[in-house]
Design a protein around this ligand. Structure first.
Ligand code: WT7
Length: 659
């Protein structure tokens, strides 16, 4: 299967040669929440009785309205249900539980891109959430209704998510970088009753016109939408449609700062989050309330070692799962203080992150390898100008971190004092599954180390047999259900079964990654096994980009593959066939047009970096595009596959851009 891996052979071998080992600093271990003996005890309990283990944790960590009696319901496996007869409210568990003793504690430190800073205590955040929850109810939003959130990364985005949770509405956050068309698809698939957006957000010195994009999406469909709430953020003029659109500040003006939560079943959907697959439209990953909350809360404490005086900055947008579990829900459930930043990491310069770490006294910093690589390229002088001495723990997520970036993070940002947690997980898993425990696990640059207690991760071959030979690759699978696993794909349970379970006959969850283990049992993620790209830590389906390209009037056919990119990990490489003749001469204007076209259809992150025109695409006799061949060409690697069956062998030169 390694031949299908999207990771280059160089990366794999450099990672295989990685010998360095970094035990946790003694000072860190002494103060850590989880020490070696604690981890061993958790591990023993989880191995001996996995269901009982999760039941104990769920009883201890969640404030239940009605305690569950059944822990795991596997009667409809692999549609597992957890704690199903229990009742709770997630927003209550993130906010109300802290009020009596810690209401004054800072929940959110927010910095806008222009430099505006705002702090909200738990009490203030609770009041804002209640007011907005009441505003949603006043507009007829009820338990089970879907609400799409399309906002900049400002505190109101968290308020909106928590307010939905409070009234039992199911939110679906759409990243503000997605286009109007992507927004429309998601609104329609979810059947959303309401959209929450803003006049705009700020990014890289520009204004992202969210309301304009929302209007465009709604003008082209979305008949289910009755109300659009609009937060004033930039102050730019926007059109407001009478009857449908309402300003956030007007909607909350007379609303009380208290709102009795809607008590919901443990399995009540908390949110949908759309993510790309290898085929078809984005999948609405559906998460349930209690199980999600449990793993989100626990991993914040175990992996990030959260203490009450920590200042935790996870740089992810709430448009991604990381921003759900490590910004909007998990840290709040754990009573932490979080930092939120609206804008670009390099605005107005490449020291923005480090200046903010200093100013806000950040102690735990969690970001993506793509950001680390981009900041690394700017040199060591920028971080050196700032006092980073409060930092005590660093994290990485989204893609394999290359050892060079790991070492830079360790040395230049962490001053060799901060453990690095390389956390493996997915939109579907809800929370971190494989990661070091920072006070216990010795780390190796590029490895996410070992599964957390209660997570039965394994690597198997095509027949589902465990691969135990060190260095031998296989499919990454999870052998037993865990509480924060996805429940289904919204509106398409068939696709859920097919995508995650079919391959090994429902025996284990198939993550879609390839991985291998070393002699110490450490996991090394090699990349995706399907046609999914990982661009700057975000998943993009090749099919989606191909569909966007062929929607252009001049494009007849397209094939998209990934190629290694110094900063983004992978970049989008498109081979396209035009209607009529292949464009000749200087094609730069047309390439620009196609890039803008893709951005318009999907969002700027999907723009191809490379576009190559050809008379046709290489296909097998049965008409399948030879993707492996295209990948080799895109990467400038030697062609090893059999090309004798090609209809037009001369096409190879064209695809290589040499004729
Ligand atoms: C895919 C999930 C989970 C939040 C961010 C992305 C890749 C994620 C790691 C890691 C190597 C990683 C995998 C995974 N990935 N974390 N620490 N090391 N690869 O969420 O968009 O659902 O993507 O990201 O390929 O399957 P996502």
């Amino acid at each position: 299967m390694s031949n299908e891996s999207t990771t280059s052979s160089q990366t794999i071998s450099s990672v295989l040669n990685e010998q360095r080992l970094f035990p946790p600093p003694r000072k860190f271990t002494e103060a850590a929440r989880i020490k070696a003996a604690d981890l061993a005890a958790l591990q023993r309990r989880a191995d001996a009785d996995p269901v009982g283990y999760w039941a104990d944790l769920a009883r201890a960590e969640i404030a239940w309205r009605k305690l569950f009696t059944q822990t795991l319901d596997d009667s409809a496996a692999p549609n597992y249900r957890w704690f199903a007869d229990g009742e709770l409210n997630v927003s209550w568990n993130c906010l109300d539980v802290h009020l009596a003793e810690h209401g004054h504690r800072t929940a959110i430190i927010f910095e806008g891109e222009p430099g505006d800073v705002r702090e909200l205590s738990y009490r203030q955040l609770h009041a804002e959430v209640c007011r907005f929850a009441n505003a949603l109810k006043a507009r007829g939003v009820r338990r089970g209704d879907r609400v799409v959130i399309y906002m900049p990364l400002v505190p109101e985005a968290v308020v909106a998510m928590q307010a939905c949770a409070r009234i039992g509405a199911i939110h679906s956050v759409v990243f503000g970088g997605f286009s109007a068309l992507s927004l429309k698809d998601r609104i329609e698939d979810a059947g959303a009753r309401c959209v929450i957006t803003a006049d705009g957000g700020r990014r890289g010195g520009n204004i992202v016109e969210l309301k304009t994009a929302t209007d465009k999406a709604l003008a082209e469909g979305c008949p289910s939408v009755e109300t659009v709430f609009v937060l004033r953020r930039t102050g730019e003029a926007v059109a407001m449609q009478a009857g449908r659109d309402v300003w956030w500040h007007d909607a909350i003006v007379d609303q009380p700062a208290a709102c009795e939560p809607e008590w919901v079943d443990a399995e009540h959907p908390l949110f949908l989050l759309y993510t790309s697959g290898s085929t078809g439209r984005p999948k609405g990953i559906q998460h349930a309330s209690a199980g999600y909350l449990l793993n989100a809360k626990l991993t914040n404490r175990w992996v990030f070692d959260l203490h009450h005086d920590d200042v935790f900055w996870c740089t992810a947008d709430v448009g991604w799962i990381t921003g759900h579990s490590y910004v909007a829900y998990g840290p709040l459930a754990a009573g932490a203080t979080i930092v939120m930043y609206e804008g670009a990491p390099t605005y107005p310069d490449g020291a923005r992150f480090w200046r903010m770490c200093e100013q806000h006294g950040v102690t735990i910093f969690y970001t993506a390898p793509t950001a680390i690589r981009a900041l690394m390229k700017l040199g060591e002088e920028l971080p050196a100008r700032h006092d980073l001495s409060k930092l005590r723990l660093l994290g990485s997520v989204g893609e394999p971190i290359n050892p060079e970036a790991w070492m830079w993070y360790h040395r230049v940002i962490g001053k060799e004092r901060c453990p690095i947690v390389d956390t493996w997980w997915q939109t579907e898993t809800g929370a971190i599954l494989i990661s070091p425990i920072p006070g216990v696990t010795a780390t190796k640059p590029g490895s996410c180390t070992r599964p957390l207690p209660g997570i039965f991760a394994d690597i198997v071959d095509d027949e589902g047999r465990s691969v135990t030979t060190p260095g031998a690759g296989g499919y990454l699978v999870i052998r037993k259900p865990w509480p924060s696993m996805l429940r289904t794909i919204w509106g398409d349970n068939e696709r859920y079964l097919k995508t995650y379970w079919e391959k090994f006959h429902n025996r284990f969850y198939v993550a879609g990654d390839s991985a291998h283990r070393d002699a110490d049992g450490y996991f090394w993620i090699m990349g995706r096994i399907d046609d999914v790209l990982n661009v700057a830590g975000h998943r993009l389906g090749t099919m989606e980009i191909e569909s966007a390209l062929v929607a252009h009037p001049r494009i007849a056919e397209a094939a998209v593959v990934g190629r290694q990119h110094e900063i983004k990990g992978e970049s989008v490489f498109a081979f396209v066939v035009c209607r009529g003749a292949r464009p000749a001469g200087d094609t730069r204007d047309f390439e620009r047009e196609l890039r803008e076209w893709v951005a318009e259809q999907l969002g700027a992150i999907a723009k191809p970096d490379d576009i190559r025109f050809a008379d046709n695409l290489p296909k097998t006799r049965s008409g399948k595009i030879m993707r492996r061949l295209l990948r080799a060409i895109a990467r400038g690697e030697p062609i090893t596959q059999d090309v004798s069956t090609l209809e037009n062998p001369a096409i190879i030169e064209q695809l290589r851009g040499q004729s």
